[in-house]
Design a protein around this ligand. Structure first.
Ligand code: ADP
Ligand SMILES: O=P(O)(O)O[C@H]1O[C@H](CO)[C@@H](O[C@H]2O[C@H](CO)[C@@H](O)[C@H](O)[C@H]2O)[C@H](O)[C@H]1O
Length: 460
């Protein structure tokens, strides 16, 4: 049997540990190969494989998707994407690249989606398979080139220069390769497609997705989950975070745009309530939510032990939220903040990334939830923006934007979130506590922002 030297078991862990999407920061992963998929280069030159590797080094195993390409010569200008060089016992020296950065690898993944391909395991059967699915909402497009999106991201997104062969129009596409895999339908795929198929223009038009299958940790069952999602790319559209920071820096009035954002949010909530399952907020739902809020407070205390001093006040706020009037539960965005909406010329606010909070288990993220949770997320985000801009009037302007956002929401929705202040308060506190944990793990320099929010909500 052919061998590679050094083998992947030696070269992958150190590389995975350096990636933005690696969740076990500060420790080297202990990777076990769970399976893999073979993709095809039409020119027959580049080897393409998706490695499915499970990190068993931490408290909970995490499954990662690692698409790689194998080349016989280095790919010029892609030094940063080189994973390693290795010697194949039969084929000789191989340059191994992160396939998302290699145009041949990237195009092969997109083709699996658009051509609805069936991908087989790159080893024994039962060690991985996948099937592409196209929504038909966009025409078939010809790929001219690709690049990986720069910036902070939990996954890896690839932007393709694509043109419509019928009219020669440029219609770029963005493919999100999910790095951490979960069994179950990914809410980003499910919710976005449901909105688009219902005719909503508040989400980018989805091209399609890639659904994979891999063996469970004990090898006893086959698990199914999404590997990638492709959608229309909206170029030149700034996100609301940039729009807000710019407006705060220049001292501009944010209220009209914040109001329009509130209206767009309520519109999306109304469509989601109409096309996806809803649930009654019974005692079990309330008890489950309260237990979740308390657990998130406990986790935040592990990162910032000083927070434990406020236990009584935290309980008071959370319990009041659980006892308030609740609307029917429904599907929501789940991790709503200013970075998740784009200001698209001629179209208005467009919502992205319905995957939910990356720190919550997927099973929780797909359940009907309180629409006010999204409202609270966006209110927290205006607070973040004010704290990030060193301008004297920032806090007042952000406060006005928060009110305008709520006005816009209440104008469209039957439920004005301000009618139940105890619930909104509890949800803002819960979000701020989530942010404490998120920042402690990912961006410790930002920790003072959610801590300031917690203090304010608790009435420090
Ligand atoms: N369809 C799109 N059009 C334009 N920009 C997009 C699109 N989808 C994503 N982006 C950009 O990519 C960023 C990351 O995408 P996102 O779906 O939030 O990824 P992740 O879940 O990995 O954080 C967004 O904040 C946005 O700036
Ligand atoms: O966009 P993601 O799904 O990866 O969300 C995670 O990262 C966000 C930061 O990029 C984080 O958002 C927090 O910081 C934002 C400013 O960068 C701020 O606008 C948000 O209000 C704040 O929550 C998000 O919580 C996290 O899940």
């Amino acid at each position: 049997m052919a061998t590679v030297d050094p083998p992947f078991s030696e070269l992958l862990p150190a590389w995975v540990a350096r990636q933005r999407w690696y969740t076990g920061k500060g420790t080297e992963p202990r990777l076990e190969r769970t399976g893999g998929l073979r993709l095809h280069d039409p020119a027959g030159e580049v080897g393409i494989e998706v490695h499915l590797v499970r990190d068993v080094g931490g408290a909970t195993p995490v499954l990662y998707q690692v698409p790689l390409t194998y080349r016989t010569t280095p790919l010029e200008g892609h030094e940063e994407a080189l994973v390693a060089t290795t010697d194949h016992s039969e084929l000789g020296r191989r340059w191994v690249y992160d396939a998302c950065h290699d145009p041949v690898g990237a195009a092969a993944i997109l083709r699996a989606v658009t051509d609805e391909l069936e991908l087989a395991a790159d080893g024994p059967p039962g060690h991985g398979r996948a099937r592409g699915h196209r929504t038909g909402l966009l025409p078939a497009l010809a790929v001219r080139g690709s690049r990986v999106l720069r910036g902070e991201q939990s996954n890896t997104s690839i932007i393709f220069d694509t043109v419509d062969p019928d009219d020669g129009e440029e219609r770029p596409v963005i493919l999100k390769v999910f790095r951490v895999l979960h069994p179950g339908r990914n809410p980003d795929v499910e919710v976005q497609q449901a909105l688009a198929l219902a005719g909503s223009t508040r989400v980018p038009r989805p091209v399609g997705d890639l659904l994979g299958q891999w063996p469970s940790a004990d090898g006893g069952t086959q698990l199914t989950g999404h590997l990638a999602l492709a959608q229309e790319f909206l170029p030149g559209a700034p996100d609301a975070w940039r729009v807000t920071l710019g407006a705060l820096e220049r001292g501009e009035d944010l209220a009209p745009r914040a109001r329009a954002l509130g209206e767009a949010t309520a519109e999306v909530h109304a469509t989601l309530a109409a096309v996806l399952p809803t649930a009654e907020p019974d005692d079990t739902a309330r008890a489950t939510a309260l237990a979740g809020w308390r657990a998130r407070y406990a986790t935040a205390c592990e990162h910032v032990p000083d927070l434990a001093r406020r236990a009584d006040r935290v309980s008071e706020v959370l319990e009041a939220g659980a006892a308030a009037w609740w609307p029917p539960l429904q599907r929501i965005h789940g991790d709503y903040h200013l970075g998740q909406v784009l200001d698209v010329p001629g179209r208005g606010w467009v919502l992205l990334d319905f995957e939910g909070e990356p720190l919550r288990p997927l099973a929780e993220r797909t359940l009907p939830d309180l629409p006010q949770r999204d409202v609270a997320g966006m209110l927290r985000s205006f607070d973040y923006a004010a704290a990030s801009v060193p301008s004297a009037g920032g806090e007042v302007a952000a406060g006005r934007a928060r009110e305008a956002f709520l006005d816009g929401y209440a104008h469209i929705s039957r439920n004005d979130p301000r009618d139940e202040p105890a619930l909104l308060h509890a949800l803002e506190l819960d979000k701020a506590l989530y942010e404490v944990t998120y920042e402690a793990r990912n961006r410790p320099d930002w920790l003072p922002i959610p801590l300031g929010g917690v203090a304010r909500i608790l009435g420090a």
